[in-house]
Design a protein around this ligand. Structure first.
Ligand code: MG
Length: 389
């Protein structure tokens, strides 16, 4: 029996994790749930999996949670609050594995605490590896923590890597759907509107990640994650556009053999893989219907149309706090684009200008990383108020 804590339990990763835990109730026991503000959903999750502890970000919502539990006639778990409560949950001796499903920089501290506590960390929070990949990997080496990715591409790579040794890898190939502008001519890019960019062909996601999927910055961030998760230099991480999103990623080995992971697009698969690792257990996810797959297409991304990809690679080359700066400048630029303050094609320009101006620091503490993050947000905002980039 593996005892798990799900932080960010009411978000999309959290809800899928609860579903996996209910399905594997003889193998997974939910010790703790934590959420920011969706109290009703947290109450129904509590009724479903009976956690011993519940974390609520806002202490003012605790009474409401307890009352709703009593109204439903379910036993009220003990409640912890705020960042300290989260830290208690992820480092609790009763917890074997932490599912890190909190979105954004807010997920960084609890993920780091879980790693310091030597847990199995099923990592869905993107920022943690982008901002603090080196720090997290070093902390994991020291504590014995095992970080297993939940992001579909990285879960795919993890699965493919089991076919050979680390030293036998020639390159990792992350696949990308290509977003809504895969076939849009580059001349049209300056006129792209937020409405067009928010219309993603395959996935329904949050607003920032949807725009990041349109600029392909999302794939750039995934290259950074892959660099740290799998200890691969950036030169060994490639991207291929694959519009069908059936091949979730691939590993090419030195003998020229490529191993790919394919499957239905269902997050419960990578979540369950991370939580039962190194075992595979029967899941609720159907296999592929090969009779419905007529073709699999691949093409390299167009660097003219998607300069965010090369910016992500350069941030890795710069090292230190540069990926944190890239991420923060991107978030500011995407926000401005959504507010119609800048055209689509200014997103990479603002990121580039911010990266160029950054005074590089070592990313050897969360404080140093958060300082770079704050500097980049401020700088990117200032760049936008100037007329010439
Ligand atoms: Mg992904």
């Amino acid at each position: 029996m593996r005892r798990i804590a799900i932080i960010g339990s009411t978000g999309s990763i959290g809800r899928n994790t609860v579903s996996v835990a209910e399905h594997l109730s003889d193998r997974l026991r939910v010790f703790a749930l934590a959420a920011a503000s969706s109290i009703d959903r947290l109450v129904s999750q509590t009724a479903a999996v009976h956690p011993e502890v519940v974390g609520i970000a806002d202490a003012a919502r605790v009474d409401e949670f307890q009352k709703k539990c009593r109204d439903l006639g379910i036993s009220v778990p003990s409640v912890v609050t705020g960042p300290e409560g989260l830290r208690q949950i992820v480092s609790a001796v009763e917890v074997d594995a932490v599912v890190s499903g909190i979105v954004g920089a807010a997920g960084l501290w609890p993920t780091y605490s879980a790693v310091l506590s030597g847990k199995i960390v099923a990592l869905a929070n993107k920022e943690a590896m982008v901002l603090a990949g080196e720090l997290l990997k070093e902390a994991a080496r020291a504590s014995g923590a095992c970080i297993i990715p939940v992001d579909s591409e990285h879960s795919a790579v993890d699965q493919c890597l089991r076919a050979g040794r680390h030293s036998e890898v020639r390159r990792l190939i992350l696949t990308a759907s290509g977003g809504p502008f895969r076939e849009t001519p580059v001349q049209r890019f300056p006129e792209i509107t937020p409405e067009e960019a928010l219309r993603h062909p395959t996935w329904q996601m949050g607003r920032r990640i949807t725009i990041d999927s349109a600029t392909l910055m999302n794939k750039g961030l995934e290259v950074i994650e892959a660099r740290w998760l799998f200890d691969m230099p950036a030169a060994k991480v490639d991207i291929m556009i694959h519009p069908q999103s059936i091949v979730h990623s691939m590993v090419e080995f030195v003998d020229g053999s490529t191993v790919a992971q394919l499957g239905t697009a269902d997050m419960r698969q990578p979540i369950q893989y991370a939580l039962t690792y190194p075992e595979r257990l029967p899941s609720q996810v159907p296999g592929l219907d090969w009779t419905a797959i007529s073709r699999l297409d691949f093409s390299p991304p167009d660097p003219q149309k998607f300069p965010c990809i090369s910016l992500a690679y350069s941030s890795l080359e710069m090292g230190g706090t540069a990926p944190a700066v890239l991420n923060a400048a991107d978030e500011v630029a995407v926000g401005a684009f959504l507010e119609r303050k800048i055209p689509f094609t200014d997103i990479p320009r603002i990121i580039d200008a911010t990266l160029q101006a950054h005074d590089l620091q070592r990313a050897d503490s969360i404080d140093a990383i958060m300082a770079a993050d704050a500097w980049a947000r401020e700088y990117a905002r200032n760049v936008m108020t100037q007329t010439v980039l």
